[in-house]
Ligand binder design. Structure first.
Ligand code: ZN
Length: 241
């Protein structure tokens, strides 16, 4: 079974569809795990939700998902994020609101615990250091951990240093290993590479493959401009930062 692992889609349907096409043509997928922040920042929140529903994806809640439905305070969001969150709230159907409100903060699937930020602070903590990864691995009941939130792909194996960044096509053996992995962001990469980032877990080979795929950034930017979303959010997609 091959499971697509996506995080931080952020209402970017063009990026999500590029990821789906790439994953399907590169061995196919049997399921989808989403690590949160389905919505926020981007121009097509409902279309992204409907895509995930159509795929029967399992998802956890990110701070932007909670923010769009009033479960997470927007007080700590920067002005652009807050403006996008309020715009997003106006786009959601009642069904979408109920879905986002009902998302769990963590899940366990196979050898993985899934958390948006960290297992102990899923909404807010950015996991970006080895010591944080070690602490997070210490509180979970599975051997490995999948996180999002920072939009920065990394692989960290307990006992070894954290590798920030991930090469396209990089494969990681997960068989029983104590690992923390961030697949990077589908819809708003922040590692200087504007291509959408994602991963695929294959439970037969017991590997996670990290991948990047280009999408039509200018198309997404035009949709954001048409929606009146903040210019800073539009511009950052070009540079992946
Ligand atoms: Zn995010």
């Amino acid at each position: 079974m091959r499971t697509l692992i996506v995080s931080d889609i952020h209402s970017n349907l063009d990026a999500l569809d590029a990821v789906l096409a790439d994953a399907i043509s590169n061995g196919g997928i049997d399921g989808v795990w989403c690590l949160g922040d389905i919505v926020g920042y981007g121009p097509e929140p409902m279309a992204c939700l409907e895509r995930l529903w159509g795929l029967g994806a399992l998802s956890i809640m990110g701070n932007h998902d909670g923010g769009a439905v009033g479960l997470v305070s927007l007080a700590t969001f920067n002005p652009a994020a807050k403006a996008a969150s309020l715009w997003t709230a106006g786009q959601l159907t009642e069904e979408a609101r109920r879905y986002l409100e009902g998302l769990p903060q963590t899940l366990t699937e196979g050898p993985f615990t899934l958390a948006h930020g960290t297992p102990s602070d899923p909404m807010w903590e950015y996991l970006t250091s080895y010591s944080q990864a070690e602490a997070a691995l210490g509180v979970i009941g599975t051997s490995a951990l999948l996180v999002g939130h920072s939009h920065l792909p990394f692989v960290c194996q307990e006992g070894l240093r954290m590798e920030l960044g991930a090469a396209h096509g990089q494969r990681i053996a997960v068989d029983g290993l104590r690992l923390a992995i961030n697949p990077g962001s589908v819809g708003q990469p922040r590692d200087g590479d504007p291509r959408a980032a994602y991963a695929v877990y294959d439970d037969i080979t017991a590997t996670v493959e990290l991948r990047r795929v280009a999408y039509d950034v200018s198309l997404t930017q035009r949709k954001m401009a048409d929606a009146g979303l903040p210019e800073s959010l539009i511009n950052r997609l070009s540079v992946g930062h």
